[in-house]
Design a protein around this ligand. Structure first.
Ligand code: UGA
Length: 437
């Protein structure tokens, strides 16, 4: 099928490449010339495992093109909207400028019978508004809301083999013509067993925000338990293992630590609260305020623990932060808890060095006042304390005996509870985890 993808950021670039991999003829459109030039040269504008190989692979087939010229979408039967919906500056709500602009520039090129598919995460009610815009310009085109559930670091696999598809169509009926068209787009994953749910526009929009809110709640729940474990001298890791064995609860997303960050969970729960308020249903989501508060409290807690670890004062202490990205296998530093902690420590008088295998360029752009060191060994040299804040495998695998010979003082704070405390203590380290005795 001929497909267009509007917006070639995280979601769009991966989606375009994966659709071409599934055998479709794809054109990706973005206003950012640098991004388009990189993608056209099969270079990923951000770090995502497997993406560059995939781009090379599909561009050789001639099935994938990128352009800044939106008129190139003409002739595509399906148009995916994959632009970002960041948090508004100074407000909790989502900024829909890019979604509205995408719709505005796309509609003049939409032909009768075309399907426009929204994948961006939007406040409930957006699809109805966009459907009206589309109808005014092209009454015989259709709008589907088809939220995306990919995780950064696993984006390619999550797009090629998602665990479910949700199609939101006008009226929510299986018989809607757009259902057949989308089934054709996703034929390969559907035939290998991916489930799909057909529903109406508002339910499809809500599925996405509800899913991210549930994940955020799960993380904040276990972090609240970590606070209790700290107070009671219990071990949150064992607690998570034990409650996670109940398959109604499940062990996934119960890793206590410095909390969640990134370009999705934090802004999505805030946008959800803002939208609930507009709908007069704010009480239903007041618990998300607590989820957000627990999450932000993790960051201050780590600063306090670090002060403690350094003997009561941060002034002049050389602290090395291992990891800057909001999670491993990503160079994304949007709302990264690791960087936010590094910046707070620096403000309180510590001399902070940050290292990360992929995210240093982005980190330096966001926090130019921090000191960055790409080489892990140089970064930890003569440190008074190490803080493991993003659990890249190279930090999980550090040898405590070797590292003890490089630092000035063998003190480590394990912000993700991924190290073996007994092993580090046996090697002479003062080890602190979060919610671990
Ligand atoms: C999240 C969702 O997981 C995806 O399903 C969704 O499609 C995506 O947002 C989106 O809306 O686009 P992502 O932001 O890539 O994906 O990252 P997650 O894997 O959800 O991790 C989010 C944060 O939670 C990270 O900072 C991670 O370190 C933290 N986390 C995760 C924990 O602190 N504990 C855990 O147990 C799990």
């Amino acid at each position: 099928m001929k497909i267009s993808v509007i917006g070639c950021g995280y979601l769009g670039a991966v989606h375009a490449a994966c659709m071409a991999k599934l055998g479709h003829d794809v054109v990706g459109v973005d206003v950012d010339e640098r991004k388009i030039a990189e993608l056209s040269a099969a270079k990923a504008p951000f770090y995502e495992p497997g993406l560059e190989e995939l781009l090379r692979d599909v561009q050789e087939t001639g099935r994938l093109k990128f352009t800044t010229d939106v008129s190139a979408v003409a002739g595509s039967a399906v148009h995916f909207i994959c632009v970002g919906t960041p948090q508004k500056i100074g407000e909790n709500g989502a900024d829909l400028t890019y979604v509205d602009a995408a719709m505005r520039t796309l509609t003049p090129h939409v032909l009768p019978g075309d399907i426009v598919v929204g994948k961006s995460t939007v406040p409930v009610g957006t699809a109805a508004r966009l459907a009206a815009v589309l109808e005014k310009n092209q009454p015989s085109a259709h709008l589907v809301w088809n939220p995306e559930f990919l995780r950064e670091g696993h984006a390619v696999a999550d797009t090629l083999q998602p665990d479910r598809f949700v199609y939101g169509v006008l009226g929510g009926s299986e018989d809607h013509i757009a259902v057949r068209v989308l089934d054709e787009v996703y034929e390969a994953p559907l035939s290998s067993g991916t489930s799909r749910i057909v529903t109406d526009h508002p339910t499809a929009e809500l599925v996405k925000t509800a899913a991210n809110s549930f994940l955020a709640t799960k993380i904040s729940f276990i972090n609240a338990m970590a606070e209790l474990c700290d107070a009671a001298g219990a071990d949150v890791t064992q607690l998570a293992d034990a409650i996670g064995m109940d398959d109604r609860i499940g062990r996934k997303f119960l890793n206590a630590g410095i909390g969640f960050g990134g370009g999705c969970l934090p802004k999505d729960i805030r946008a959800f609260m803002a939208r609930a308020g507009e709908l007069g249903a704010d009480q239903a989501l007041t618990f998300l305020r607590e989820v957000d508060a627990i999450n932000m409290r993790r960051r201050t807690r780590v600063v306090e623990l670090t002060r403690d670890l350094c003997g009561g004062s941060l002034l002049g202490k050389k602290i090395t932060v291992l990891g800057a990205a909001f999670k491993p296998e990503s160079d994304d530093v949007r709302d990264s808890p690791a960087l936010s902690i590094a910046a707070q420590l620096q403000l309180q008088g510590a001399v902070v060095t940050v290292t990360d295998p992929k995210a240093l360029t982005n980190a330096a752009r966001r926090f130019p006042e921090l000191h960055y060191e790409a080489d892990c060994n140089s970064a930890i040299k003569s440190a008074d304390a190490l803080l493991l804040l993003t659990e890249w495998h190279q930090y999980r695998d550090l040898d405590p005996y070797e590292v003890a010979g490089v630092v000035a003082s063998a003190r480590i704070l394990d912000g993700r509870n991924v190290l073996d405390p007994a092993k580090w203590r046996a090697a002479g380290w003062i080890y602190r985890g979060l919610g671990r005795p």
